[in-house]
Design a protein around this ligand. Structure first.
Ligand code: F6P
Length: 322
């Protein structure tokens, strides 16, 4: 292997730049050439390539987003699209790929590397923390910190006005951010995609709080909550429970931006470094992740098929009690 390509795909996550930097600098240090592929898999199809040197990743470790841009590419889901991508890789003499992203990114990588025998190592980068094989994904810690900052601010105004706030956080299929935010933000209740919460149960819980003279409350609702999101839940609660003035706050895409935390920068650097070493060791169709405090690999197929839920029963129980 003489040259590797690196790309970011799917939703951006803080720490992706730190990871790109680690991939580029590790590869250069080991005598490889590195090509940056712009806009994820779309860039493979469009041959949107740029050679990277050590300076092209200067001053990015602290920046959110991804300097390589990202996209959710439908064409790469077709065999024809992947054939164009492969021809472009061959023409550019790229021998292996490092892909940074989430579930969709790994699914594309799995198809591609099977069809065309191209070595690929995946790095888990998504704020959702919903990938098997790594205790934490790049961006999750930063998103949690962003969310908690927002909740603390909302709590100030909730308490001052004696209001009930429904705060919606990201996570179409994953309740990791919601559970973490609920615990760290001292929420009254947490509604998750993975667990059904009946509106009537939520109401009786809020009534208990009112009886205990709680003057304000915050309910965290994950974007993919089974009831249908914060606006819907707020409307349904209001129909039967009007003890408080009720407000809804959707945190939205601000959760994906911002400077990565120290944890995410170090995690991203470790995973980028490990990915290049795995390619050089001849390993392919794997992902690298952090388990315990060690870097471990997982077959990419397992990373996408194992839907083990990361919400530990201990945490769920604790959240209810506290
Ligand atoms: O996968 C990360 C994520 O932020 C999810 O939590 C969210 O549901 C989704 O991306 C939003 O995607 P988009 O920015 O494409 O609307």
């Amino acid at each position: 292997i003489k040259k590797i390509g690196v790309l970011t795909s799917g939703g951006d996550a803080p720490g992706m730049n730190a990871c790109i930097r680690a991939v580029v600098r590790t590869a250069l240090h080991k005598g490889l050439q590195v090509t940056g592929i712009y806009q994820g898999y779309q860039g493979l199809i469009d041959a949107n390539f740029k050679e990277m040197d050590t300076r092209s990743v200067s001053n990015i470790i602290q920046r959110g987003g991804t300097i390589l841009k990202t996209a959710r590419c439908l064409e790469f889901k077709t065999t024809e699209g992947r054939k164009i991508a492969y021809d472009n890789l061959k023409a550019a003499e790229i021998d292996a790929l490092v892909v940074i992203g989430g579930d969709g990114t790994f699914t594309g990588a799995n198809f591609f590397s099977k069809e065309f025998e191209i070595p690929i190592v995946g790095i888990p980068g998504t704020i959702d923390n919903d990938l098997y094989g790594s205790d934490y994904t790049i961006g999750y810690d930063t998103a949690n910190n962003t969310v908690i900052e927002a909740i603390d601010k909302i709590r100030d105004t909730a308490a001052s006005h004696e209001r009930l706030f429904f705060v919606e956080v990201m996570g179409r299929d994953s309740g990791c951010i919601a559970l973490n935010a609920g615990i760290a933000g001292g929420a009254e209740a947490i509604l998750l995609p993975e667990k059904e919460t009946a509106i009537d149960d939520l109401i009786s819980h809020l009534e208990d709080g009112a009886i205990k003279k709680k003057s304000s409350s915050i309910v965290i609702v994950a974007e993919g909550d089974q009831n249908g999101g914060a606006y819907y839940v707020a409307k349904k609660v209001k129909e039967k429970f009007d003890h408080y003035d009720t407000k809804v706050s959707i945190l939205g895409h601000l959760q994906r931006g911002g400077s990565p935390t120290s944890f995410d920068r170090v995690l991203a650097s470790r995973l980028g470094f490990a990915a290049v070493n795995e390619i050089l060791a001849g390993n392919t169709r794997i992902t690298v992740g952090l388990r315990g405090n060690e870097i471990k690999t997982t077959p990419i197929e397992e990373a996408i098929s194992n839907k083990e839920i990361k919400l530990s029963p201990d945490l769920l129980e604790m959240a209810e009690i506290l």
